[in-house]
Design a binder for this molecule. Structure first.
Ligand SMILES: Cc1cc2nc3c(=O)[nH]c(=O)nc-3n(C[C@H](O)[C@H](O)[C@H](O)COP(=O)(O)OP(=O)(O)OC[C@H]3O[C@@H](n4cnc5c(N)ncnc54)[C@H](O)[C@@H]3O)c2cc1C
Length: 448
């Protein structure tokens, strides 16, 4: 949790707020009390997850409710493969709890430090052409609404409510519990290797189809790409020993990456050579372990990130345009472009809503200029109907986003119902959703 004294700071260190009050809630009545008191004092409210969003999604100058104390597993139904948990539980803690019951997440992103509610709120995803984002596994949500009432949302009694709550940007209320669909525990073999970039781009569809999880990392200026595949194996997990773990994650992933990034920051003109060296030196590594341990790894090198969800067929053309733009404009980029694939889903504000999706993520080492590069990437994503990751940097507004989400208005209606006074608004929701509005008025009127 990134709260220190009276200040809340995000992981990247780029967003910070000093709320009027910070409430550390450990029970649902404490969350309700926090919302009611805020209403009485005329203050806005925001729930804080683990602060891993690059945007100001969780920032507020009103009341910040820290729900990291709401972290219990409430019920595990092994037969039906359902788990009901309090919303502040960290993904890694939930993965451990599931494993001890022979269950697992269907898919995860590349870190496991987020709270489950925070990850869900922004549409956090991993990679896998037939697999949805984490939110797509949510079958029920319980939240404290703008009046301080506890509301249970499920797909039978309130399908719109649930589809809105699955990717909510925290704008509907404070989620206090979620019910997730899980799968039987499984072991993955993860293979990281390199291949000529052109060869990978030509065969992307086949690679996505051939592997449960496929992703690629395209380094600007380098003719080779890194590829990562994870596939289920019927073998016992073989977790690395402590030394191997330290060598792999500590020495190689952290120190080597830090050294490369630091060198590129000091001498930007060396970046093309550095990128080529990274892809030349990278060998092949194979790991076999419990699924969640294969998906995620520690991230100690700080960076800023933008990520766009594109229609699947636009992914490779957009990637080529980004690489060409980096060359043409001379951007100093020493992080690879990460390319992932996700199945479509039906959450009202999911970036993967209604379409098979390819994600392109661009990064910049902390302290290096990122805005001109990110704006250029966003212009390319715009041409392809891209939708930004809600937790990562972008420059969109409600006016530019509404046309990209066929059910934007439907989300606004659920928001007006659950939060009629805009209690859960902040500068970020004002920017991307428009100001909260009374029930009955149209989102188009607000976006104008
Ligand atoms: C190093 C790193 C790696 C990442 N890897 C990936 C990845 O692989 N895939 C991916 O898709 N994303 C990734 N992300 C982005 C990250 O998963 C999202 O930004 C996620 O939302 C962060 O979760 P959090 O718990 O930190 O939430 P926060 O950032 O604290 O909050 C996010 C939003 O959720 C809301 N929220 C939190 N708790 C509640 C609640 N109880 N009720 C209502 N609203 C709530 C907040 O108000 C805010 O609007 C990564 C980020 C970092 C820094």
């Amino acid at each position: 949790m990134a709260i220190s004294g009276t200040t809340f700071t995000n992981w990247a260190g780029t967003e910070r707020c000093t709320p009027a009050r910070i409430v550390r809630a450990r029970t649902i009545p404490e969350v309700q009390e926090a919302v009611r008191r805020a209403a009485a004092d005329g203050l806005p409210v925001k729930a804080a997850g683990s602060g891993h969003s690059f945007t100001a999604a969780a920032m507020t100058d009103g009341v910040l409710v820290d729900i990291s104390g709401l972290d219990r597993v409430l019920d595990i139904d092994r037969e039906r493969r359902l788990v009901r948990v309090e919303a502040g539980i960290a993904i890694h803690a939930l993965a451990d709890a599931l494993a001890s019951h022979g269950l697992a997440f269907e898919n995860l992103g590349d870190i496991d430090r987020q709270s489950i509610a925070g990850a869900i709120a922004t549409g956090t995803h991993g990679t896998g052409g037939t697999l949805g984002n984490i939110s797509s596994q949510v079958v029920g949500a319980e939240l404290v609404d703008g009046r301080g009432e506890l509301v249970a949302l499920d797909g039978v009694d309130d399908p719109d409510g649930l589809r809105a709550a699955r990717v909510s940007l925290g704008a509907l209320g404070i989620v206090v519990a979620v019910t997730l669909r899980c799968v039987p525990a499984y072991v993955l073999r993860g293979v990281d290797t390199t291949a000529p970039l052109e060869e990978v781009l030509e065969s992307v569809d086949q690679r996505v189809a051939d592997h449960r999880h496929f992703e690629l990392y395209a380094f600007p200026h380098a003719p080779r790409a890194l590829t990562r595949t994870n596939d289920v194996v019927d073998e016992p997990a073989a977790p690395p020993g402590r030394l191997e773990q330290w060598l792999r994650q500590g020495l190689l992933e952290t120190y080597t990456l830090k050294a490369f990034c630091g060198a590129g920051k000091r001498v930007p003109r060396a970046i093309p050579r550095l990128n080529r060296a990274v892809t030349r030196l990278a060998g092949t590594s194979v790991r076999t372990d419990r699924s969640d341990r294969i998906f995620s790894s520690p991230r100690d090198v700080r960076f800023v990130e933008m990520e766009y969800a594109l229609p699947r067929a636009a992914t490779v053309p957009a990637l080529r345009e980004i690489l060409a733009t980096i060359d043409r404009r001379g951007f100093a980029v020493n992080f690879p472009i990460e390319v992932r694939f996700v199945a479509g889903d039906d959450a009202l504000l999911s970036p993967a809503r209604g379409r098979e999706t390819g994600y392109l993520a661009v990064h910049m080492y902390r302290g290096m200029p990122w805005e001109p590069y990110f704006r250029a990437v966003e212009a390319i994503a715009n041409e392809h109907g891209g939708r930004p990751h809600w937790g990562k940097r972008h420059f969109q507004t409600a006016a530019t986003l509404a046309p990209r989400y066929p059910e934007f208005e439907r989300f606004a209606a659920v928001r007006a119902r659950l939060d009629p006074d805009g209690r859960f608004a902040n500068a970020y929701t004002d920017q991307v959703l428009g100001p909260a509005r009374p029930v009955g008025s149209t989102a188009a009127a607000v976006a104008r």
